[in-house]
Design a protein around this ligand. Structure first.
Ligand SMILES: [Fe+2]
Length: 283
C-alpha cells in the first residue's frame, strides 16, 4: 500500500484486488498463495470475519505452516500457544468486543460529552524532545478528562475481560487501572499519525472504547494496526489490519504496536456529529 495515497483510494484498490482474487480463488479453491493474498487484503479492508475464514482454510490446507496457524489465530481472536513465525510479516494480535457497555452507561458518556463540549482542548502527543505538546500536524483531536465516576463505571466492565485480553495479546501479569482517562473527539479533519503508546515500556496494553451519537455524520476514522517484521521486530512500512469504527466497541492491542487513525470526514461541526473515543493505557 502506498502511504502517500489517500486512504479512500487505497480502499478502492484493495476492493478491486479482493474482487479479482475472489474470482481466481473460485477456480482454484486449493491455491494457498491466493488464499493468503485474499486474507491479507480482507484484513486491510477491515473484513475481519472473512479474513478469519480464509486464514482458517489456509491453515487446514497447510497444517504444517506456522505462519498460517498464527494468522488464523490472530484474525479469529484465538489464543496462540505454538511457536511464533521467525520471519515474514507479523500482524499484531488484537481483541475487539462489540456492544461493550450497557446502553445506560454509553448514553451517560454521551451526556457527559454534551455537558462538557466547551471544555474540550486540543489533544497533545508525546515527543521525545519536548514531552507532551500539541502538534496538530501529527494528531488532530480534542479531549477533556473523564469524571472519576464514569472511569470507575467503565472499569467494572473492562476488568473482567483482562484475563482473556492478556492471553490473546500474550501479556503476562494482569495490569491494574491507572492514570486519568480522557474523552476524545475527532471532528472533520481529525486524524492520528502512526505512533506507539508504550512510552518506553510504561504501558503494555492499549485499549480504546469507541462511541458516537445517533446523529453522527462522519465517515473515515478507521483504526489501523500495523504489522512488524517477525525476524527482528522492526516496522513494516504499510501492512496493517484495519479495525473499522463501530459505536460501542472496545478494542485492545499491545501498546508497543504502531497504529494510526485515518482522516475523519464530517460535514457538520459539533460533538454530536463526530467520532468519540476513550483511550485506556495499562502498565
Ligand atoms: Fe495511540
Amino acid at each position: 500500500m502506498n502511504t502517500h495515497m489517500r486512504f479512500p483510494d487505497v480502499l478502492l484498490l484493495l476492493e478491486k484486488a479482493a474482487t479479482l482474487l475472489s474470482v481466481r480463488l473460485e477456480k482454484e479453491p486449493q491455491n494457498l498463495v491466493l488464499l493468503e493474498k485474499l486474507g491479507d487484503v480482507c484484513r486491510q479492508l477491515g473484513k475481519l470475519g472473512k479474513a478469519g475464514e480464509l486464514f482458517d482454510r489456509l491453515s487446514e490446507l497447510d497444517p504444517s505452516s506456522v505462519k498460517a496457524a498464527h494468522l488464523a489465530a490472530i484474525m479469529n481472536q484465538r489464543q496462540y500457544l505454538s511457536e511464533l513465525p521467525k520471519e515474514g510479516i507479523e500482524p499484531s494480535p488484537f481483541f475487539i468486543k462489540e456492544n461493550f457497555l450497557p446502553q445506560i452507561l454509553h448514553d451517560d458518556l454521551l451526556s457527559f460529552a454534551l455537558e462538557n463540549e466547551d471544555k474540550f482542548t486540543p489533544s497533545p502527543c508525546l515527543s521525545k524532545e519536548m514531552g507532551w505538546v500539541v502538534r496538530p500536524e501529527i494528531r488532530n483531536s480534542s479531549q477533556t478528562p473523564l469524571s472519576v465516576d464514569l472511569m470507575d463505571r467503565i472499569w467494572t466492565f473492562v476488568r473482567p475481560l483482562l484475563p482473556d485480553i492478556c492471553a490473546l495479546l500474550r501479556i503476562r501479569d494482569i495490569p491494574d487501572k491507572k492514570g486519568s482517562w480522557y474523552l476524545q473527539s475527532y471532528g472533520g479533519g481529525g486524524f492520528g499519525h502512526r505512533h506507539t503508546d508504550d512510552l518506553g515500556g510504561v504501558n503494555r496494553i492499549s485499549m480504546v472504547y469507541y462511541l458516537c451519537f445517533p446523529q453522527k455524520t462522519f465517515t473515515g476514522g478507521s483504526f489501523l494496526l500495523y504489522d512488524r517484521d517477525a525476524s527482528d521486530g522492526g516496522a513494516c512500512p504499510d501492512g496493517n489490519t484495519q479495525l473499522p469504527f463501530v459505536d460501542n466497541l472496545l478494542v485492545a492491542f499491545p501498546s508497543e504496536r504502531s497504529h494510526a487513525i485515518t482522516l475523519v470526514n464530517c460535514p457538520q461541526t459539533g460533538i454530536r456529529y463526530g467520532r468519540l473515543a476513550i483511550p485506556i493505557h495499562l502498565g
